[in-house]
Design a protein around this ligand. Structure first.
Ligand SMILES: Cc1cc2nc3c(=O)[nH]c(=O)nc-3n(C[C@H](O)[C@H](O)[C@H](O)COP(=O)(O)O)c2cc1C
Length: 380
């Protein structure tokens, strides 16, 4: 079966997996990994280090990627393994968005200037069972689950800016899932802010905000074992002091950057984001690039939020969903212009399989639109 044809509904499947899973298993495994950092539990083969570099201690503005030589490499022509360098300072990112952050939307955002593009949240429990399959027909690398559904599809051209976001509740599952995709992405992010029931009930997302030991466990395990930068995305806690404690814990794990959504778990999108709360988080971790997120609805807001918070980078969700040209320093293009059918350099991007109906531009159907490969290619 062509995995490219089986993409719809994959998220719903992952939700049902997340919902039935929970309990103490993850805590047991997590504590094992804390006690034995070399991972005595059975884990996938760790990719070899490159250039003698360690994944540790690469916190900061620049962090390199690697990962060639792991089993299963040798994808379709023209591919180069590795994640490339990630410069968080000054980055303007497409935020992770379920059903939105799929390949066409990521390419559109990059075409208009997004420096980093996040995948939608990938449930680690499911991703760990996916197989990496080069898709010669589309020129992509697909991560296909046992039922043949592609959970993530990556174009080689986006590897230097693609951040795969994981939904994970424990270190072992997070690492297993990250190792499936890590050599095809620029960085790995862990979602620690999703307030949805499926996420919290599975011990993922915002549930982690109350579990600093698990946060530490997951992030330390990832930073120790991966050759790509690791980040996480949190929400604010009720008291600034608790947010500061959490971000300091996170900073101590060796992450390359930290995304802070300026809302608390119980707040809805209509509630204004607290840029002041983000500023307090930034001040708690001098030296760690913070990616400010919340209520950025135009390119001029990017400078405003950076000034107000002192954050190194900015992340945009709904503003990009409404019009992906928000990333243009010169200002919005009319949505009709953004939606225009474009000539594609790659069959993968022309293919109907990639113009997924799941990718929704607010005010546009998303289907029937073709996207061209952005001129911004990876520079390593
Ligand atoms: C449709 C949609 C899907 C989202 N999915 C995710 C997700 O998968 N992971 C995540 O961390 N946040 C997710 N979010 C939250 C956004 O990343 C972001 O934190 C939030 O929308 C605030 O940013 P904004 O004010 O720019 O919209 C989602 C938001 C929207 C609107």
């Amino acid at each position: 079966m062509d995995p490219g044809l089986v993409f719809q509904g994959s998220y719903l499947q992952s939700l049902s997996v997340a919902c039935v899973w929970g309990g103490d298993t993850h805590r047991r495994l997590s504590s094992q990994i804390l006690l034995v950092p070399s991972c005595s539990v059975e884990l996938p083969q760790r990719p070899p280090r490159h250039n003698g570099r360690s994944a540790r201690g690469r916190r900061g503005a620049m962090a390199g990627g690697g990962g060639s030589g792991v089993p299963g490499s040798g994808a379709s022509g023209g591919e180069q393994p590795g994640g490339g360098g990630v410069d968080y300072r000054g980055a303007v990112c497409l935020a992770p968005m379920v059903r939105v952050g799929t390949l066409p939307m990521r390419m559109l955002a990059a075409e208009h200037g997004a420096t980093l593009t996040y995948s939608e949240e990938l449930i680690a429990l499911r991703l760990q069972r996916c197989v990496r399959k080069p898709n010669a027909a589309h020129g992509t690398v697909d991560f296909v689950d046992p039922k043949g559904a592609a959970m993530l599809r990556v174009l080689p051209a986006e590897r230097c800016r693609l951040v795969a976001q994981l939904g994970a509740a424990d270190a072992v599952t997070a690492l297993r899932a990250a190792q499936v995709v890590c050599r095809d992405v620029a960085a790995i992010d862990v979602n620690m802010g999703c307030p949805q029931h499926f996420s919290v009930s599975g011990g993922m997302g915002a549930a982690l905000l109350e579990k600093p030991e698990t946060v530490k466990d997951i992030l330390t395990t990832l930073t120790r074992n991966l050759d790509v930068p690791v980040t996480c995305k949190i929400r604010l806690l009720a008291e600034p002091r608790r947010t500061a404690d959490l971000v300091r814990t996170i900073a101590g794990t060796g992450v390359a950057a930290l995304g802070v959504h300026g809302r608390r778990r119980e707040q809805r999108p209509r509630d204004p984001a607290s840029w002041e709360g983000i500023r307090q988080a930034v001040e708690a971790v001098p030296g760690l690039p913070v990616i400010a997120n919340g209520d950025v609805f135009s390119y001029s807001d990017v400078a405003r939020v950076r000034r107000a918070t002192g954050a190194a980078a900015v992340m945009i969700a709904r503003g990009a969903q409404w019009n992906p040209s928000i990333f243009r320093p010169a200002g919005f293009l009319p949505l009709e212009e953004v939606k225009k059918v474009r000539k594609c350099g790659r069959r993968a991007v022309r293919s109907g399989g990639l113009t997924e109906k799941r990718t929704t531009l607010r005010g546009a159907s998303g289907s029937g639109i073709t996207y061209r490969t952005p001129s911004t290619s990876c520079v390593r």
